[in-house]
Design a binder for this molecule. Structure first.
Ligand code: A3P
Ligand code: MG
Ligand code: MG
Length: 320
């Protein structure tokens, strides 16, 4: 976990610096599915087990295990017009495990990225390097090597309506003030975005960017986003802090804008639907739920198929 260091009034960060010579890129063709979370669950099982009773039909006392990023996609689906998703669901010992399956379209997009797009994906991480220190009294080291294999993830147990959720999500950094509130209230999400020069750009920022930012941080309870606004050359020209609790007020002036309750209701109704259809408790059965913009959710059932994602080591350890 790194510590946020507030930059000077005029930052002038060059986000392109180091892309060619000081960048170790994570191999995103490696699909880790839920494996890290499952290892975490085995290591922390005693904290999760159903309290006191032997009558529980649910070993972990949790309805859903998934990544925060998958929940973000569910929250934003009512307003998403471009990208669909596929989620694999397995019911095992009463808990529903949800793991994303890459769509054909996403795989094609990934293969056809332009050099400019490849480089721009680096910019967000570079911004983190300009604003984060490794130690509480340290300073950022923008001259260092940037390695996107490194990350800190938090695990959160919470509820959405009557759904008991356990999910994990990456956290960029924390407030370094020793008097800062306990996690997650001390966490800070860092973002970059194109600088806003026209009313149309401001409107788009509210309608699309702030929706994504809100959805990503709302569920884990990360209270603020620190944004760096950059020009076309990748130079950060302005910074602004967005408290998550104020985002829904900020967008109220936009005509026909997104609403947090619509997002939460869709996510909650989707999870209820999953509970309803994924009835067979079996680690080698996958319910594959697919969604495309402006369409209904559809599903198919797969037995002992390549969609299976709960590893043997997890199933065996949980059964013993
Ligand atoms: P920005 O958020 O500033 O765009 P996160 O903000 O979720 O912590 O992600 C850190 C950075 O990873 C992003 O910075 C962006 O540079 C890159 N990134 C993450 N997901 C991406 C995606 N789906 N497509 C392109 N870049 C992505
Ligand atoms: Mg991050
Ligand atoms: Mg970030």
């Amino acid at each position: 976990m790194r510590y946020y260091v507030e930059p000077d009034r005029s930052p002038n960060f060059d986000l392109r610096d180091g892309y060619k010579d000081r960048f170790i890129k994570r191999d995103d063709s490696v699909k880790e599915k839920l494996d890290h979370m499952l290892r975490w669950i085995l290591a922390n099982r005693s904290k999760l087990s159903a309290r006191g009773t032997t009558a529980s039909s649910c070993d972990l006392d949790i309805d859903f295990v998934t990544w925060r990023g998958h929940l973000t996609k569910l929250l934003t689906a009512p307003y998403e017009t471009r990208e669909g998703w596929q989620l694999a669901v397995t019911r095992f010992r009463g808990t529903l495990y949800i793991s994303e399956v890459e769509t054909e379209a996403a795989r094609r997009d990934q293969e056809n990225r332009t050099e400019r797009h490849e480089e721009m994906m680096y910019w967000g991480y570079k911004f983190e390097q300009y604003t984060c220190a490794d130690t509480v009294h340290g300073q950022p080291d923008p001259g260092g090597v940037l390695n996107t294999n490194e990350a800190f993830c938090t695990v959160v147990q919470t509820r959405l309506a009557d759904h008991r959720l356990l999910f994990s999500g990456e956290v960029d950094c924390r407030d370094k003030d020793p008097n800062a509130p306990a996690a997650p209230a001390c966490y800070i999400e860092l973002k970059t975005s194109a600088e806003i020069c026209t009313p149309k750009q401001r409107s788009n920022f509210h309608r699309f960017k702030l929706l994504k930012w809100w959805a990503q941080s709302f569920l884990p309870g990360v209270p603020r986003v620190v944004a760096g606004f950059r020009d076309e050359e990748g130079v950060v020209v302005a910074m602004e802090t967005f408290p998550i609790s104020k985002i829904s007020h900020l967008i109220k002036n936009e005509h026909n804008c997104w609403k947090p309750t619509v997002c939460m209701n869709f996510c909650s109704d989707f999870l209820s639907f999953v509970k309803h259809i994924a009835t067979e408790d079996n680690p080698s059965v996958v319910y594959l739920l697919s969604w495309e913009p402006r369409r209904d959710v559809t599903f198919s059932v797969h037995r002992d198929s390549p969609y299976c994602f709960l590893p043997h080591w997890f199933v065996e350890e949980m059964t013993s």
